[in-house]
Design a protein. Structure first.
Length: 320
C-alpha cells in the first residue's frame, strides 16, 4: 500500500528541511511526498529546492497565498497513494510511522482510518496524550473512544492515516478562507467510517512555537477563529441531520463535542467580542444540541439556559 505524505508549508524556512528529512528517514519504500508552499515570503522555497533530486517528491508552489484549506484540498487532489497523512511544515514525524501504518493496514484489513498518537513538544519537553488502542470499531464507537473517552487533539487531521478512496467518497472539502479547518471535517470523518483502528504509537510530533497558527493568542485572530468554527459548526449540524446514526449515544456525544468546542472557543475571546459573536440563533442552537449524560451535566445545562457566561466558566475550568 502506497502512502502519500502531504506537507503544507508557509514561511517555514527554519523548519521545512527538518520536516522533510524526518519523512525521508522513514523505514519504508512505498510512499510519496507532496509539498505545497503557500507563497512563502522567506527562503522556504530555496530549502525545498534542495530536495529536487528525489523522485518521490513533488512540489507545488502557489503564486499567491491561498490559505491552509485550499492547500489541503490541493494536496489531496494531487495525491496518488492508497492512504494519506498530513504533516505541517514546521513539525516532524517518527521514522517508523509510515512502516507502522503499512503493517497495520494489512494486519487490520485496510481500515478507513488509522489513528496514532500526537506528541506535543514545547521547549524540548515531549508530552504524549492518553493512549487509545482498538481494532476494527465502526465510526460511531470510534468517535466515542477518540473524542470522548481518550481525547488528545483528536480533531487534528495530522493524527490519522486516511484511506484516500474513503475520503473522496465523503465529498468533504476544507472551507477555503477559514482557519481551524480540521474541526469542520475530522469528527464527521470518524463518525461516518465503517472501520477505524487506533494504535499506541507516537507517530506525529507537533512542535509548539510562539508564532504558529495554533498558538496565536491576539483577540482579532481568536475572534476570526471562533467565527470560522461557528461556520464549521453549522455545516456539521446540517450533515448530522442527513446521516443515519444508529447509536443515539454517539449522536448525542457528537453534538455535545461540537457544541462545547464552540463554547471553549468563545471563552478565549474578550467578553465584549463574545457578546457580539453570540447571536440569538447561535445560543438557541447550543442549547438545543447539548445533551447531558450525567446529573452534573444536566445542572450545567440549566445554567446554560440561565446565563451562558457562567456556563462558559464551568466548562472551561472543568479540567483545572
Amino acid at each position: 500500500m502506497k502512502i502519500s505524505v502531504l506537507v503544507s508549508t508557509h514561511n517555514d524556512e527554519d523548519y521545512i528541511g527538518q520536516c522533510l528529512q524526518s519523512v525521508l528517514d522513514s523505514n519504508c519504500d512505498n510512499y510519496e511526498i507532496i509539498i505545497c508552499d503557500d507563497c512563502s515570503t522567506d527562503d522556504t522555497k530555496k530549502q525545498i529546492e534542495k530536495y529536487n533530486n528525489y523522485e518521490n517528491i513533488k512540489c507545488i508552489y502557489n503564486k499567491k497565498n491561498m490559505g491552509i484549506s485550499y492547500v489541503r484540498n490541493k494536496l489531496i487532489e494531487e495525491s496518488t497513494g492508497d492512504y494519506f497523512i498530513f504533516v505541517d511544515g514546521d513539525d516532524i514525524i517518527s521514522s517508523d510511522l509510515l512502516k507502522t501504518i503499512q503493517s497495520n493496514i494489512h494486519k487490520l484489513n485496510t481500515p478507513d482510518i488509522i489513528h496514532y498518537n500526537i506528541v506535543t513538544v514545547e521547549n524540548e519537553v515531549k508530552k504524549s496524550g492518553n493512549c487509545c488502542v482498538f481494532d476494527n470499531l465502526n465510526g460511531e464507537d470510534a468517535f466515542i473512544e477518540l473524542f470522548v473517552n481518550h481525547y488528545n487533539i483528536a480533531d487534528s487531521m495530522c493524527t490519522y492515516a486516511i484511506k484516500r478512496d474513503y475520503f473522496v467518497k465523503l465529498k468533504y472539502k476544507f472551507l477555503e478562507g477559514t482557519v481551524h479547518e480540521d474541526f469542520r471535517i475530522t469528527p464527521l470523518m470518524v463518525l461516518r467510517a465503517k472501520n477505524v483502528a487506533s494504535i499506541n504509537f507516537d507517530g506525529y510530533f507537533y512542535i509548539k512555537r510562539n508564532n504558529s497558527i495554533t498558538t496565536k493568542r491576539n483577540d482579532d485572530y481568536l475572534v476570526k477563529r471562533t467565527k470560522d468554527m461557528i461556520l464549521h459548526y453549522q455545516f456539521q449540524l446540517s450533515e448530522i441531520r442527513k446521516l443515519d446514526v444508529n447509536n443515539a449515544k454517539a449522536k448525542h456525544l457528537f453534538l455535545n463535542f461540537i457544541s462545547n468546542s464552540i463554547i471553549t472557543s468563545l471563552s478565549k475571546i474578550s467578553r465584549l467580542n463574545r457578546k457580539k459573536t453570540i447571536t440569538k440563533e447561535l445560543l438557541k442552537s447550543l442549547k438545543n444540541n447539548i445533551h447531558p449524560q450525567t446529573f452534573k451535566e444536566r445542572i450545567k445545562k440549566i445554567i446554560l439556559y440561565i446565563n451562558i457566561e457562567i456556563y462558559i466558566l464551568l466548562i472551561c475550568n472543568r479540567g483545572k
